[in-house]
Design a protein around this ligand. Structure first.
Ligand SMILES: Nc1ncnc2c1ncn2[C@@H]1O[C@H](COP(=O)(O)OP(=O)(O)OP(=O)(O)O)[C@@H](O)[C@H]1O
Ligand SMILES: [Mg+2]
Length: 194
C-alpha cells in the first residue's frame, strides 16, 4: 500500500507527517515500512539518516521515474513525502496513491492550497486533511474543521502544536505525536489487514 503525503504549499507538515506515520505504522505491525522521499530537499531522508528507525527503509526518489519505481516495487507499506513544488513528481506520486494525506494548518489562507492539491488527486482515491501544529481550543481550529466538514473533505487528524514534534530529528519521536498520527494511519488504511 502507498500513502502519499502531499500539499502544494511548503512548510505545512508533510515531512513531519511522513516520518510519524511511518513510525506508527511500523509500531502497529504494517511492516515492512518504507519512506519514499520524493523531495529533492530530502528532509525526510536527512531526518531518518540522523535518527534511523529500525525497520523503516528509506528510498530517495527525487524524480517521476524513481518515485514511480519506488512505489511499485515494495511490499508492505510505503509513506511518500512529496515536495511543495515540482508538480510532475507530485502527480506521479498521487497517481499511484492508495490514500492521500494532506497536511495543512488552521487558518483561512490555507484552504486554497489544499483545494489546489485536491485537484491533483485522482478521482476515487481516498484522501483526508490533517491539521498540523494545531492550537487546540482556538477559534481558528474550530473554523478550519467546520470548513472542511462543509466541503465534505474528511479531517483525518488534528496534531497538536508541540515543541517535541517541532524539534524533528533533534529528539526522539514524541509519544503524543505518534498517538495523534495513529488515528490518521487508521483512517488512511481503513484498518486494512496487518
Ligand atoms: N505538530 C507540530 N508541532 C510543532 N511544530 C510542527 C508540528 N508539525 C510540524 N511542525 C513544524 O513545522 C515546520 C514545517 O514542517 P515540515 O518540515 O514537516 O513541513 P513540510 O510541509 O515538509 O515543509 P516543506 O514544504 O519545506 O517540505 C517544521 O519546523 C516542523 O517542525
Ligand atoms: Mg518537507
Amino acid at each position: 500500500m502507498n500513502i502519499v503525503v502531499s500539499n502544494v504549499k511548503g512548510g505545512v507538515g508533510k515531512t513531519t507527517t511522513t516520518v510519524y506515520l511511518a513510525a506508527i505504522a511500523l509500531e502497529r505491525g504494517f511492516g515492512p515500512v518504507v519512506v519514499v522521499d520524493a523531495d529533492r530537499q530530502a528532509s525526510s531522508a536527512e531526518w531518518l539518516e540522523a535518527r534511523p528507525v529500525e525497520g523503516i527503509d528509506l528510498q530517495e526518489a527525487p524524480s517521476e521515474r524513481t518515485v514511480a519505481r519506488a512505489m511499485e516495487r515494495h511490499e508492505g507499506l510505503a509513506v511518500v513525502d512529496t515536495p511543495p513544488g515540482d508538480e510532475r513528481i507530485v502527480r506521479a506520486a498521487l497517481e499511484r496513491a492508495d490514500a492521500v494525506v494532506i497536511p495543512t494548518r488552521a487558518g483561512g489562507v490555507e484552504f486554497s492550497r489544499v483545494v489546489a492539491t485536491l485537484e491533483l488527486v485522482p478521482e476515487g482515491t481516498p484522501h483526508g486533511v490533517v491539521v498540523c501544529a494545531a492550537r487546540l481550543g482556538t477559534h481558528d481550529l474550530d473554523v478550519t474543521v467546520a470548513w472542511w466538514e462543509g466541503e465534505k473533505v474528511p479531517v483525518w487528524g488534528i496534531i497538536p502544536e508541540r515543541v517535541a514534534i517541532a524539534s524533528g530529528p533533534e529528539s526522539r519521536l514524541a509519544r503524543e505525536g505518534l498517538e495523534a498520527y495513529d488515528e490518521v494511519l487508521r483512517k488512511a488504511t481503513r484498518r486494512r489487514p496487518r
